[in-house]
Ligand binder design. Structure first.
Ligand SMILES: NC(=O)c1ccc[n+]([C@@H]2O[C@H](COP(=O)([O-])OP(=O)(O)OC[C@H]3O[C@@H](n4cnc5c(N)ncnc54)[C@H](OP(=O)(O)O)[C@@H]3O)[C@@H](O)[C@H]2O)c1
Length: 318
């Protein structure tokens, strides 16, 4: 079968012909659609070697959706013919979603797997897991009250587009960073204030839009100088949460605010909540590009420019 993988950490991901994986005590899924995340390249580089367990050759791809074609011994949660989606992060990880077929633990050690709700197409389902779960978890962790103000840096990306919608649905006022070209689209997601990238320094624009400060900032960009420049806008006791990791030690030590790196947790619970929100139409995935499986390496290395908001890049596998 066709798969995008690596033989060792550090290798450039490439299209390969590999054997169809057999499910041990796992679920085998005919993948219909997958989506890319910065996490995929981080895994391929070896940066996350200590986090998890890997087998080579390794097929990449965390997020995917498809139909169960076989289940291994002991699997009771799913049966042949079920439509499933999730973050396919098994332990060990060998068989990701950038392939015609993937095998995944029914309860993935580091991920989550669930049935696709009726009516949700597989490309939309594949867009949801990692970025959607992260957005929901980060919003919970920041504890912004209804009516409070949240700034989202990187609002047009995978995590950001879900975070804008989920926060707005909770009655939180959202100020989002976006390029001028997509500002209108970000407003449609629920942002009421836009800071246009490149037009005015973000910290100055923030002081203008929220002179009394904000309850929280969600940083999905990870540019240290940007993070430091906006930290002063967080009100006393407010949150500065980095999903992009690398919070500065000085900020961590700042007792005035709650600065922290966020690592996605309670994934099955969050995938279930995401399913409910998507079914209710409260959130919808923003799909910036639809590509074939063969184009995954280009997407992973930033070679795909979205038509509008970046959102999620979908790989249509079949
Ligand atoms: N903590 C966790 O458990 C967890 C889980 C998932 C993801 N993450 C991390 O969270 C980060 C975001 O993930 P993602 O999937 O949302 O990535 P993404 O889709 O690539 O989005 C990145 C966003 O950052 C914006 N951006 C880039 N450079 C910028 C700058 N200099 N100033 C302002 N905005 C800038 C992009 O805007 P344009 O579209 O205009 O370029 C885009 O909105 C990544 O670092 C990822 O590894 C962490």
């Amino acid at each position: 079968m066709r798969a995008i993988g690596i033989e060792h950490f550090g290798e450039t991901p490439a299209l390969k012909e590999v054997p169809v994986p057999e499910p041990g005590g796992e679920v085998r899924v005919a993948i219909e659609a997958a989506s890319t995340n910065p996490l995929d390249l981080a895994i391929a580089s070896g940066a996350l070697a200590a986090l998890g367990e890997y087998r080579f050759p390794l097929t990449l791809g965390m997020d995917g959706a498809g139909t169960v074609t076989a289940v291994g011994g002991g699997v009771t949660e799913f049966g042949v013919g079920d439509r499933v989606f999730g973050q396919f992060w098994s332990r060990p990880l060998r068989s990701g979603t950038f392939a015609e077929v993937a095998v995944v633990q029914a309860a993935p050690a580091f991920g989550a797997l669930a049935r696709i709700p009726d009516g949700l197409p597989s490309d939309a389902a594949a867009a949801l897991p990692t970025a959607g779960m992260t957005a929901l978890g980060a919003i919970d962790a920041m504890r912004v009250p209804e009516g409070g103000t949240l700034v989202i840096l990187g609002a047009t990306g995978g995590v950001g587009t879900f975070a804008v919608q989920a926060a707005a649905a909770r009655g939180i006022r959202v100020i989002a960073t976006a390029s001028a070209e997509v500002a209108g689209e970000v407003r449609e997601l629920g942002a009421t204030g836009i800071i246009e990238r490149g037009t005015e320094p973000i910290d100055l624009a923030l002081r203008r839009l929220a002179p009394d400060g904000v309850d929280a900032i969600l940083d999905a960009v990870g540019d240290r100088s940007l993070t430091s420049s906006v930290a002063g806008a967080v009100q006393d006791g407010g949150a500065l949460l980095l999903v992009a990791f690398g919070v500065d030690k000085k900020l961590l030590a700042d007792e005035r605010i709650r600065a922290a790196d966020y690592r996605l947790d309670r994934k099955p619970e969050r995938l279930a909540e995401l399913t409910r929100l998507a079914t209710a139409g409260t959130i919808r995935p923003v799909i910036g590009a639809m590509l074939s499986l063969e184009e995954a390496p280009r997407a992973l290395t930033g070679g795909v420019e979205p038509a509008g908001m970046r959102g999620k890049v979908i790989l249509q596998v079949r």
